[in-house]
Design a protein around this ligand. Structure first.
Ligand code: FEO
Length: 405
């Protein structure tokens, strides 16, 4: 009787990963629903192939799942599709215990794994194709999805695309297939993952979609390294079309207002700006930084067209809470946003200049004028804030009309 059993996902393939129910922070991204580290085992009469491993603390769980169906020593090949340690953390121990005939990674993967573990693990560059008994694998380099070393492995016999971070999400669930999970959660967590992990690499994603048809892969299942597996045609179309849509970085009729506040003055401006946007037909999400996480802001921006940021001036600077989010968003490089800055100040009001520089560096097109008020906004200031919202709404609608023409 085994604890942690392998779960069959197709004729010749088993899921042998681990569920991390308690993960709440993935390098700065709030993983509110935990995650999974998916590893897969392909069985053949001539031996087995292990696709990826799990984060180091989950090694025993992966090995128990493998041992529930085979002697781990019958694994002939280990494939490392991605060097990041949530997938490679168990690799050195697995190589030591299993002693496979070969371990393969992409060319960049071989170097990255050497640099991670500071030892020669005997990992070789994957050939274009690999055969073990009846099992036929193809390797496809997918640089920057998520790292330079990333590659996909396609298992021809069962039509499974092992896509490592690609098409994944952070979602701990006992239901291993996407179609068994709540649709809204699956959509939200896919979008959040895309917005926080893949957004800077949309040019590479577009290239992937251009290249995919010429690869002639008969994909029956997409098995990522995080979250549920896409096994129905409807689900495969769902995740591919959403990734394609998100990679296009279009304008959406939605504005995100991010702010922090000292004595509620900047908060009052945020609410009036929001009202101006709403009055002019734009969906608004107001995000006081005190109650939201930076990774939720990027998620909202994935399907938005405007970003407004407000901060009081404190000691000639913006609030550190806002600086944190701006630093994070700059790295993610969201495209196709218009926006503006606002805030309350006591005397000099340096925050507006700093925020303007930040938004410009992010590539946000500044529409209207920045809105700064001294101390507490009066009735006229709030009217101006409403007008700022209206101006942003009109500019956004022009952008949407151009986009749709
Ligand atoms: Fe799930 Fe880029 O690692």
């Amino acid at each position: 009787m085994h604890n942690f059993k392998a779960i069959k996902i197709s004729e010749n393939t088993y899921w042998v990963g681990a569920i991390d129910w308690g993960l709440r922070d993935f390098h700065g991204y709030a993983t509110n629903r935990g995650t999974t580290y998916n590893a897969y085992l392909i069985l053949d009469n001539d031996g087995a192939i292990l696709i990826d491993t799990v984060k180091a603390p989950f090694y025993a769980e992966m090995m128990a799942r493998i041992s529930s169906i085979i002697d781990p020593k019958s694994i002939k090949y280990i494939i490392s599709n991605h060097a990041e340690m949530d997938h490679s953390g168990s690799l050195p121990q697995a190589i030591q215990d299993i002693k496979p005939a070969k371990v393969y990674a992409s060319k960049m993967g071989v170097t990255a794994l050497k640099d991670h573990f500071n030892m020669d693990l005997g990992i070789e560059v994957a050939p274009t194709e690999l055969t073990l008994g009846h099992a036929k694998l193809k390797f496809i380099e997918t640089r920057m999805l998520h790292w330079p070393d990333s590659m996909f492995t396609f298992f021809e016999n069962d039509g499974i695309l092992f896509s490592q971070d690609g098409f994944g999400m952070h979602l701990a669930s006992s239901k291993i297939f996407a179609d068994e999970n709540n649709r809204e959660i699956v959509y939200y967590e896919s979008a959040k993952y895309f917005a926080n992990i893949l957004l800077p690499y949309t040019p590479f994603i577009k290239k992937l979609f251009t290249a995919l048809p010429s690869l002639n892969l008969n994909i029956k299942m997409i098995a990522p390294d995080h979250g549920p597996i896409w096994r129905t045609k409807e689900d495969i179309d769902f995740i591919l079309s959403n990734w394609q849509k998100w990679s296009e970085q279009k304008y959406y009729n939605k504005a995100v207002i991010l702010y922090d506040t000292m004595w509620q003055s900047t908060a009052k401006l945020a609410r009036s700006i929001a009202d101006g946007l709403m009055d002019n037909g734009v969906e608004v999400v107001v995000m006081p930084i005190s109650v939201v996480h930076r990774s939720d802001i990027s998620t909202e921006l994935l399907e938005a067209g405007a970003l407004l940021i407000g901060s009081p001036t404190i000691n000639q600077q913006i609030f550190p809470s806002i600086a944190d989010s701006i630093c994070y968003l700059k790295g993610l490089k969201p495209q196709n946003l218009i926006g503006q800055v606002f805030g309350s100040h006591g005397w000099a009001g340096e925050a507006l200049k700093i925020l303007t520089k930040d938004l410009t560096e992010m590539g946000v097109e500044l529409a209207a004028e920045p809105l700064g008020v001294k101390y507490v906004p009066n009735e006229n200031d709030l009217i101006q804030a409403h007008e700022l919202g209206a101006k942003i709404a009109k500019t956004l609608q022009q952008k949407l009309a151009e986009q749709n023409s």
